[in-house]
Design a protein around this ligand. Structure first.
Ligand code: FAD
Ligand code: NAD
Length: 465
């Protein structure tokens, strides 16, 4: 009898298991694949960032080293080596999770987990052997899989998902990306930098449609300069492959049919919760119309001792959100009163410049009739940006018109992925724009743009513009 059985070893599941073990609970972790770490470590965050970093080095060597006074000859990409390094990063990181399971004395059970009843799980290994285990509590952290719509079914060779795009054996001559969201822009950037032509077909009016409107517009300009081509407000009808090339038909906003050809098509139109094989009905667990497991504010399903976290439930499909939920549930089971702020989960797009945001967008504030102030500061006005030649981007701070409390921070900036944490910390403590503006920021750094945007938001008095 385990105190807790966690199903799924992604960032939600393995972090939940560690916290349960730290709190003295006898814990098991069930994972159907041979390696631990889930989507994030195997086919998501980690490999995509490894390829983004490698391709960025190549791009800089090709486009900006000469201006820095560094001459290179015979520069070329060795894709095999790039993929090999990426695979090494994956295996080191997955081994790290295995080490953490051993260190915390967590039993790892490899195989597909399915409920037999509310207190029992069957684990079926790849050689079809089954074992049964009983638990006082369960945490479902089975994550998500790539989504697609009729007419764009991936064949995983030429019409691919992010999983195949992280493992290509050749650099596409031309790649059509369906979906101008996070995956489309990150993996599109990888292959753009390596020499592919990239065309993005996006259903919405702008790329990154769930982020602040200014971000989508500004970022489109930046990516166009990099050579991206965008087909906005295009609805994809069908994609076909002849084994070497693909052809795609879409309807533009006037309803006219547009046809495009390429050698690869990346389908990146979101992800769907993954519950196949879990036998949720045997435990009496409900899913909603989106396929997400239904939970209350404590991440409890309608069967009180069974919890669900991460991509398989509502909310942002992000590794750090899954991790926080894992910690929350472990502490809740242990009888503590944990805290999680779902309104302050930062989002990052790891392109260059990076895009990052936290809190409300301007559209959301308008829709809720909130009175707000806005302060914007361009990255190009920073001395640090001129020194590094990274001058694209801006930081926008939205604050309550009366109280000056920061409500949202949106940025396109070098190292925005790290910069955003200043905003998250400030907002967690409900700081005002003036609080940020009066904090001494080191010079020369990109963080000065946060101070300046805060000065612009609080009294419209930025210093350096
Ligand atoms: P997952 O990581 O999906 O893990 C679920 C695990 O459960 C899997 O290992 C699966 O095999 C296992 N499983 C499923 N069913 C069963 C079963 N019945 N029995 C046993 N095991 C089972 N997020 C970020 O925050 N930052 C990023 O930079 C980022 N980049 C990404 C890049 C890409 C290309 C992709 C695809 C995603 C990216 N994400 C990123 C999203 C992130 O990967 C997910 O939000 C995160 O992995 C969700 O964690 P999870 O624990 O809920 O599920
Ligand atoms: P996404 O939701 O970010 O973007 C999907 C895009 O596809 C949207 O812009 C949407 O308007 C568009 N779209 C939907 N249907 C379409 C259609 N029929 N034709 C054309 N466009 C269409 O999803 P994603 O990029 O696939 O990523 C999936 C999840 O993985 C996201 O929730 C994201 O949070 C997570 N992820 C995060 C990171 C990160 O944190 N850096 C990186 C990669 C993935």
């Amino acid at each position: 009898m385990y105190d807790v059985i966690v199903i799924g070893s992604g960032p939600g599941g393995y972090v939940a298991a560690i916290r349960c073990a730290q709190l003295g609970m006898k814990t098991a972790l069930v994972e159907k694949y041979n390696t631990l770490g889930g989507t994030c470590l195997n086919v998501g965050c980690i490999p995509s960032k490894a390829l983004l970093d490698s391709s960025e080095h190549y791009h800089n060597a090709q486009h900006s080293f000469d201006k820095h006074g560094i001459d290179l000859k015979d520069l070329k990409v060795n894709l095999d080596q790039m993929m090999k390094r990426k695979n090494e990063v994956i295996s080191q990181t997955c081994d790290g999770v295995k080490f953490l399971m051993d260190k915390n004395k967590i039993d790892v059970l490899h195989g597909l987990g399915s409920f037999v009843d509310k207190n029992t799980i069957k684990v079926t290994s790849s050689d079809d052997k089954t074992t049964e285990h009983k638990g006082k509590n369960f945490i479902i952290a089975t994550g998500s899989k790539p989504n697609f719509f009729p007419g764009m079914e991936p064949d995983k060779k030429r019409i691919i998902t992010s999983t195949e795009a992280l493992n290509l054996k050749e650099i596409p001559k031309k790649m059509i990306v369906i979906g101008g969201g996070v995956i489309g822009l990150e993996l599109g950037s990888v292959y753009k930098r390596l020499g592919s032509q990239i065309e993005v077909v996006e259903f919405a009016k702008r790329i990154l449609p769930t982020m602040d409107e200014t971000i989508g517009k500004e970022f489109t300009k930046i990516l166009k300069k990099e050579g991206f081509k965008f087909h906005l407000e295009h609805r994809v009808k069908e994609v076909k492959s002849n084994g070497k090339n693909i052809s795609l038909k879409a309807l533009n906003k006037k309803g006219e049919e547009v046809e495009m050809q390429a050698d690869y098509c990346l389908v990146a139109v979101g992800r769907k919760p993954y519950t196949e094989g879990l036998n949720l009905n045997k435990a009496g667990i409900k899913v909603n119309e989106k396929g997400q497991i239904e939970i209350n504010n404590h991440m409890q399903t309608n069967t009180a001792h069974i919890f669900a976290i991460g991509d398989v439930v509502k909310g942002a499909m992000l590794a750090h959100k899954a991790e926080e939920e894992g910690v929350y549930v472990a502490e809740f089971i242990a009888g503590q009163k944990p805290h999680i702020n779902h309104n302050l989960i930062p989002g990052v797009v790891y392109t260059w410049p990076e895009v990052a945001a936290v809190g409300k967008t301007e559209q959301e504030l308008k829709e809720s009739n909130m009175e707000y102030k806005s302060g914007v500061f361009p990255i190009r006005a920073l001395g640090r940006a001129r020194a590094s030649m990274d001058i694209s981007g801006m930081i926008k701070i939205l604050a309550d018109k009366t109280t000056d409390e920061i409500l949202g921070v949106h940025m396109i900036a070098p190292r925005a992925a790290d910069l955003i944490m200043e905003a998250v910390t400030a907002m967690e403590y409900r700081a005002s724009a003036e609080d940020l503006a009066r904090i001494c920021h080191p010079h020369p750094t990109y963080t000065e743009a946060i101070k300046e945007a805060a000065l612009a938001a609080t009294e419209n008095r930025p210093l350096h513009i």
